[in-house]
Design a protein around this ligand. Structure first.
Ligand SMILES: [Mg+2]
Length: 181
């Protein structure tokens, strides 16, 4: 990832709750034992790893800002996520979390700041990159960042912002990525 003459990379940005892991509903995942990896995610991330396409989590975790969990709790949840993926030979390249605390360097979705920050760090070509999310704010963030396209995973969330593509289950992500990348 060094050198100014390298080709810019592609990335797939993943919302976390409701995409990577089972949705906690109206609440939050507050501890590692409440984190349940969705079937099909490890296979999709491993496919990206093998293709040298970056796999990056962009998540809102305002439970930190509300005092329901600490930054350390959130880090422990992400360690659980990473170890479950590692058991299946997959790894995210980075995790960006908006926590809603005064010390959080990130901005809330649908502001595209987390995607733009990742793009700068990894030299990502956003026009060749994609966003997968289950909420309108994910789709709006992907559009605001100028991505190639947005993919909605249909879940519990109401839909007002149309995505470019809609999938019914995380199990469909791998085949979809094979078609578009
Ligand atoms: Mg979500």
């Amino acid at each position: 990832m060094s050198g100014g003459t390298d080709r810019r990379c592609r990335a797939v940005f993943f919302d976390r709750d409701g995409v990577v892991n089972r949705s906690p509903g109206a609440g939050y995942v507050l501890a590692p034992d409440q984190f349940h990896l969705n079937d099909g995610i490890a296979e999709a991330v491993r496919f990206l790893n093998e293709r040298s396409v970056l796999a990056i989590v962009v998540t809102s975790q305002k439970g930190v800002g509300k005092g329901l969990m600490s930054d350390d709790d959130l880090a422990a949840i992400h360690r659980r996520m990473e170890s479950e993926l590692a058991e299946k030979g997959a790894a995210f390249d980075a995790i960006y979390a908006y926590t809603g605390t005064p010390r959080c360097p990130h901005r809330a979705k649908p502001d595209p700041e987390m995607i733009l920050t990742a793009a700068e760090r990894f030299s990502i070509d956003l026009r060749l990159s994609w966003m997968i999310g289950d909420a309108d704010r994910d789709i709006a963030m992907g559009r605001a960042a100028g991505l190639a396209g947005t993919i909605r995973l249909r879940g519990e969330k109401p839909i007002a912002t149309p995505a470019d593509h809609t999938l019914e289950s995380p199990l469909e992500i791998l085949d979809f990525l094979r078609r578009i990348l």
